[in-house]
Ligand binder design. Structure first.
Ligand code: C2E
Ligand code: MG
Ligand code: MG
Ligand code: MG
Length: 275
C-alpha cells in the first residue's frame, strides 16, 4: 500500500513538472511572438522626491500588451531562454524613445530607470547598443538609470565589474535594486560606483515596525555617507511614508502615490505635487 502511495505521489510530481514545462514553453512562445510583433509595452511608476513632493524619476516596468501575465512569471523564463538579451535591448530603446518623446513635448527632463538582468552581462555589445540609441534619439545618458540587483554583482565578479564600469563611463546612472532580499553584503557596494540604492518592499515592512525605526534611520544615514540616494519601494501606507520621510529617506516609490501607469497617465502627473 505504501508503495502504491509513493507511486501516486511520483506520478503527481512528474505531472506537475510536465505542466511546468508546458507552461514555460508557452511563455517562451509568447515572448518570442511579442519580440516579433511589437507585443511589449512599458508602464511607468514615479519615484517621489520627498523634498519637492514631485516625481523625479520614472521606473519602466515591462508588460505584455495582450496577455495577463506578470513580469514575476515571464522574466525568469526570458532569462532561462536568453530571450532576455533581445528583450533587454527592446526595453532600453523603448525607454530612450519615451525620453525623447517627453523632451519633444517640452516637458522638463526627468530620468527613466530600467531593470537589468544578470543574464544581460552576456550581451557584450550592450553598452555600444545603448550609446548608439542615445545618440540616435538625441537623449543624454544622464537621463537613463540602470537598476541592477546583487546577483549582477555576485555572478562572475570581475566580468561584471568591467561591464558595469564601461556602462558607468557612458554616463548612465546605476542603482542597486531590491536591497534587503539577498545576501545584502556591504562589500559589493564598493565594487562599482553606485548612485542609488532601492530598499525592497520586504525590508521596509520589517524595518518600519516600531522596534526597528532607529535601524531604518541608521541604514539611511549609512548609505548617505556613501553618497547614495535612498529609495524605499513598495510603500502603500501613509504612516510608513511619514516614518521614512522623518528618517531622511530621499524617494518613495509605491502604490500610496501611484501604481505603474501608461505614459499618457504619467504626463498627467508629471509635475503634480504628491505631498
Ligand atoms: P522591481 O524592479 O523591484 O519593481 C518593483 C515592483 O514592485 C513592480 O512589480 C511594481 O509594480 C511593484 N510595486 C511597486 N510599488 C508597489 C507597492 O506599493 N506594493 C506592491 N505590492 N508592489 C509594488 P512588477 O512590475 O510586477 O515587476 C516585478 C519585477 O519584475 C521587477 O521588480 C523587476 O525585477 C522585474 N522586471 C520588470 N520589468 C523588467 C524589465 O524590463 N527587465 C527586467 N530584467 N526585469 C523586469
Ligand atoms: Mg526595479
Ligand atoms: Mg525592487
Ligand atoms: Mg526585482
Amino acid at each position: 500500500r505504501a508503495k502504491g502511495l509513493f507511486d501516486q505521489n511520483k506520478l503527481y510530481y512528474n505531472d506537475r513538472m510536465f505542466q511546468e514545462l508546458i507552461k514555460k514553453k508557452e511563455i517562451r512562445e509568447l515572448l518570442k511572438d511579442a519580440l516579433r510583433n511589437d507585443g511589449f509595452k512599458l508602464v511607468y511608476q514615479p519615484q517621489i522626491n520627498l523634498k519637492s513632493g514631485k516625481a523625479d524619476t520614472f521606473e519602466a516596468l515591462l508588460r505584455l500588451k495582450d496577455e495577463d501575465i506578470s513580469p514575476g512569471e515571464f522574466i525568469s523564463v526570458a532569462e532561462e531562454s536568453n530571450l532576455i538579451i533581445d528583450i533587454g535591448r527592446w526595453v532600453t530603446e523603448a525607454a530612450i524613445i519615451q525620453l525623447a518623446e517627453w523632451q519633444s513635448k517640452g516637458l522638463e527632463p526627468k530620468p527613466i530607470s530600467i531593470n537589468f538582468s544578470a543574464k544581460q552581462l552576456n550581451d557584450l555589445s550592450y553598452v555600444d547598443f545603448l550609446n548608439d540609441k542615445l545618440k540616435k534619439h538625441g537623449v543624454t545618458a544622464d537621463l537613463l538609470e540602470i537598476e541592477i540587483t546583487e546577483t549582477v554583482l555576485l555572478e562572475k565578479k570581475d566580468k561584471s565589474i568591467s561591464f558595469l564600469n564601461k556602462l558607468k563611463k557612458s554616463g548612465v546612472k546605476i542603482s542597486l535594486d531590491d536591497f534587503g532580499t539577498g545576501y545584502s553584503s556591504l562589500s559589493y557596494l564598493t565594487y562599482i560606483e553606485l548612485d542609488k540604492i532601492k530598499f525592497d518592499r520586504s525590508l521596509n515592512h520589517k524595518f518600519l515596525q516600531d522596534n526597528y525605526t532607529d535601524t531604518m534611520a541608521g541604514l539611511i544615514s549609512l548609505f548617505h555617507s556613501m553618497n547614495l540616494v535612498v529609495v524605499a519601494e513598495g510603500i502603500e501606507e501613509k504612516e510608513n511614508f511619514q516614518k521614512l520621510s522623518d528618517r531622511g529617506c530621499d524617494y518613495i516609490q509605491g502604490y500610496l502615490f501611484s501604481r505603474p501607469v501608461s505614459p499618457a497617465a504619467i504626463e498627467k502627473i508629471y509635475d503634480h505635487n504628491f505631498i
